[in-house]
Design a protein around this ligand. Structure first.
Ligand code: B12
Ligand code: SF4
Length: 482
């Protein structure tokens, strides 16, 4: 028996909804994104790959290139059995309204489900008030959605409208009485990542995507993961306290061989911490060197995972940029977010990384509970005094379940609402600051960091590729507009 037809979608959105105007695009050249830019959705590529392997067919539509009408027309044109919508918190209202539109069109002929970061952060209860959403997949969609499709194919002969119980682990759905049913285990994760096929990069055109400034060196660029999860407990982070799972080195190298065949020039490794297991990371680098791959590679590394031998091997293996979540230039505030780092160690690690010839991207949070305006200024000074190639300053943004979100009155003023949780727009002001202070600090941070003769010279010296040159122009124009 042939399988189901699944359409996976990112809801329609534009960077204007998420980022400040001057960072977005040139009015007459909307396709030129100034600071932000999209990379292709890896989670969806994984789900597509497993579904195809199990005999189901898949289409993917990325809402970053669509408006609501064209998105719905395309979904309708695919005649799906299931529509799976990816959700991030700031776009949750959009996910709900898209589901409502789809239910109005398809009724019970199509199952509409959600998955992704928002569902994983908030839990399956997020669909409770939204009868237009048939199910939530909580955890790794690449194990849950294929099992759901197999279940419907074998138990219900593909008849989606007759499915009552969705008896599949990781699925939360509404029964006939309207109550939510949580199928064990919730959340459900893939334990052995090597059991997964490589993400399906055929559902996307790599040429359509161009990452944000500082996240790529050349194009075409793709992204991959060698691990999933993060056992750390930084208390501002949506991705904390998730079981760490590692792919075998052979599996990682095999995927790199496949990527090489696609003429990809640049890879972004989206592991939360490429050095989560330092010895394993070294082995991956040695293997990359041995294989002679010629990629520009960027990754995230935790400050505490720094290792001199690792950084030297990374340089040899083609790593050009490391992203460190530095967060603050004030020890008290580092402790407040449970970062487990010290200012001395941060300075040492950033300097050693720069000395090894790898560019450093530092990320800083402003508006941490208890932080004063003066402390925010100290963080900006700290950033300026480190040998960083890129820096970004983001507002502290608490999320559901976190004590600051649940009891904001203890910490400051919080504007609730998922659409406010974009990490680029301010929705929380600590008691220790005045209204408007966080915005002032964010602007100041970007301006003072990037508009400095020493910094501009650093950027000019680092230009190697035509894409480098274009990124610098993008960045420069965004400043003129700000
Ligand atoms: C790459 C990335 C992007 C890319 C691509 C996004 C995309 N469409 O996939 C770009 C640059 C476009 C992007 C943009 C944004 N992002 Co982003 N992004 C990431 C990042 C760094 C990696 C995601 C990834 O590839 N992981 C690896 C894959 C294998 O895991 P996964 O994506 O979680 O997918 C698994 C499950 O989540 C689930 N799943 C995923 N999609 C779907 C879809 C369905 C239908 C189902 C059933 C299941 C499912 O199954 C997958 C396989 O197991 C994460 C941080 C992180 N490390 O997770 C942030 C992250 C997802 N982004 C986030 C945010 C907020 C945004 C933006 C709003 C910008 C911003 N920072 O304000 C926009 C929104 C754009 C959008 N519509 O998604 C937040 C989401 C927080 C939350 N609670 O929702 C994260 C977690 C960062 C963070 N720590 O805050 N992002
Ligand atoms: S180390 Fe990074 S991914 Fe892990 S909890 Fe901290 S900020 Fe989040």
């Amino acid at each position: 028996m042939s399988g189901l037809k699944v359409v996976l979608v990112v809801p329609n959105y534009s960077f204007e909804d998420i980022y400040p105007d001057y960072q977005v695009s040139l009015p007459l050249f909307d396709s030129i994104k100034l600071v932000p830019g999209a990379t292709h959705p890896l989670g969806i590529s994984y789900i597509a790959s497993v579904l195809k392997k199990r005999g189901h067919s898949v289409e993917f539509i990325d809402g970053v290139f669509e408006d609501r009408k064209s998105l719905i027309d395309k979904i309708q044109g695919e005649n799906p059995d299931i529509v799976g919508i990816q959700s991030v918190s700031p776009l949750w209202d959009r996910v709900v309204s898209l589901s409502r539109d789809l239910k109005d069109i398809f009724g019970s002929d199509v199952l509409v489900g959600v998955g992704g970061s928002h569902v994983n952060t908030v839990g399956g209860s997020c669909i409770e008030e939204h009868s237009c959403i048939d199910f939530a997949a909580v955890g790794d969609g690449d194990v849950i959605i294929p099992d759901l499709c197999d279940f419907i194919t074998t138990e219900h002969e593909k008849n989606v409208s007759e499915v009552g119980e969705l008896d599949v682990g990781g699925i939360v759905y509404r029964n006939d009485e309207g109550e939510l049913v949580y199928n064990d285990p919730v959340p459900r994760f893939v334990e052995d990542l090597d059991t997964l096929p490589f993400p399906d990069r055929e559902i996307i055109d790599l040429d359509d995507y161009c990452p944000s400034i500082g996240f790529y060196r050349d194009r075409p660029s793709t992204n991959m993961v060698t691990t999933r999860g993060c056992m750390m407990s930084c208390n501002f982070c949506h991705s904390s306290d998730l079981p760490l799972r590692k792919r075998s080195i052979d599996d990682v190298i095999e995927e790199l061989r496949e990527i090489e065949k696609m003429d990809v020039k640049d890879i972004l490794i989206y592991d939360q911490d490429f050095g989560a297991d330092v010895e394993r990371a070294k082995k991956i680098c040695k293997k990359i060197i041995e294989e002679g791959f010629d990629f520009y590679i960027g990754c995230n590394l935790r400050i505490n995972s720094f290792d001199q031998e690792l950084i030297e091997l990374m340089k040899k293996a083609g790593f050009w940029r490391v992203f460190y979540g530095i967060e603050s230039g004030v020890q008290k505030n580092l402790d407040r977010v449970n970062k487990g780092t010290t200012l001395e160690n941060i300075r040492r690690v950033v300097e050693k990384t720069d000395e090894a010839g790898i560019q450093v991207f530092g990320s800083f949070i402003l508006g941490i509970p208890g932080e004063t305006f003066e402390e925010g200024l100290k963080t900006i000074e700290f950033a300026k005094n480190l040998p960083l190639s890129f820096a970004k300053f983001v507002p502290y943004s608490p999320w559901p379940g976190n004590d600051v979100y649940e009891n904001p009155q203890k910490y400051g003023h919080l504007e609730k609402g998922f659409e406010k949780m974009s990490m680029n727009r301010v929705n929380f002001v600590p008691h220790s600051m005045e209204k408007g202070d966080v915005e002032t600090l964010l602007r100041k941070g970007f301006k003072e960091f990037y508009i400095r003769p020493t910094y501009i010279w650093r950027r000019i010296k680092s230009i190697r590729t035509f894409e480098d040159f274009k990124q610098n122009i993008r960045g420069f124009v965004s400043f003129i507009r700000s």
